[in-house]
Design a protein around this ligand. Sequence first.
Ligand SMILES: NC(=O)c1ccc[n+]([C@@H]2O[C@H](COP(=O)([O-])OP(=O)(O)OC[C@H]3O[C@@H](n4cnc5c(N)ncnc54)[C@H](OP(=O)(O)O)[C@@H]3O)[C@@H](O)[C@H]2O)c1
Length: 292
Amino acid sequence: MSNLEKSGVFKLGGRTVRRIGYGAMQLAGKGVFGPPKDRAEAVAVLREAVESGVNHIDTSDFYGPHVTNQIIREALHPYRDDLVIVTKIGATRGADASWKPAFSKEALTQAIHDNLRNLGLDVIEVVNLRSMLGIHGPAEGSLEEPLSVLADLQRQGLVKHVGLSNVTAKQIADGRKITDIVCVQNQYNLAHRDDEALIDQLAAEGTAYVPFFPLGGFSSLQSSTLSDVAARLGATPMQVALAWLLQRGPNILLIPGTSSRGHLRENLAVADLALPADAIQQLDGIASGKPV
Ligand SMILES: NC(=O)c1ccc[n+]([C@@H]2O[C@H](COP(=O)([O-])OP(=O)(O)OC[C@H]3O[C@@H](n4cnc5c(N)ncnc54)[C@H](OP(=O)(O)O)[C@@H]3O)[C@@H](O)[C@H]2O)c1
């Protein structure tokens, strides 16, 4: 058994993936724009991830833009049969590195073709529609038009399964009237827990929940409780943050991002880190603001 199998598997679309995956956003340049400082290291990170048993990679063609997908193709194509690459559409990048909504039929169709070309695929296993109604968090509003466009591309055979990102429970329920929603990718971590009820609901339905910013994203998680628990367990704070997510729900799939093999190894080693009940209780208190 590879170490990663210790943390189990979960259904993602028509496939089953290991619960510890990899998020590719850190492979682009600063601000997720342009080429990385060290392209050879980016290629090495991807190859080591897959050789270590990662079979779920999260990406987007708007990382770079195009750069991250092109590096994935360079590092891993032809892809292993068991590798599931999940991408997302719904945004585009300005020349100044800004993130702009791109929800028109033309923009969404172009995004699918860009992903297919840059990844070197004929069909994409899972595509998340990333809501830009709120850039920094879910905001209510209809996603019917863009989701219908994506469902059309699915019927054309360019996309196998559809997920949603940065969305509310209502948008997921409404989305299911248009097509099956196989995963939800929202911000969630030790310190940011708006989706507690949603995670439980999706778990009961057998739908994968893929938290983005599992380590805090652009500002890494920092908490004295987290550091104390990590020191006690002989682990790093980031490892404890990932282990906490793994125990939070069986449907949680990890996609921590890193540009270095050192951090990749640390993140994958979480498969061997079991959190004792008292540590979980302490960590649970972090977002509540209650002293623990
Ligand atoms: N749907 C969406 O809207 C959305 C938004 C953001 C991200 N995402 C997806 O979610 C994935 C994960 O998010 P993310 O990469 O932004 O944030 P993250 O995984 O929470 O954190 C990444 C940051 O943590 C650092 N890091 C990684 N492993 C570490 C370790 N063991 N010790 C110390 N620092 C470590 C990385 O730096 P180093 O490179 O130096 O390791 C990077 O600065 C992305 O790759 C992307 O696929 C989706």
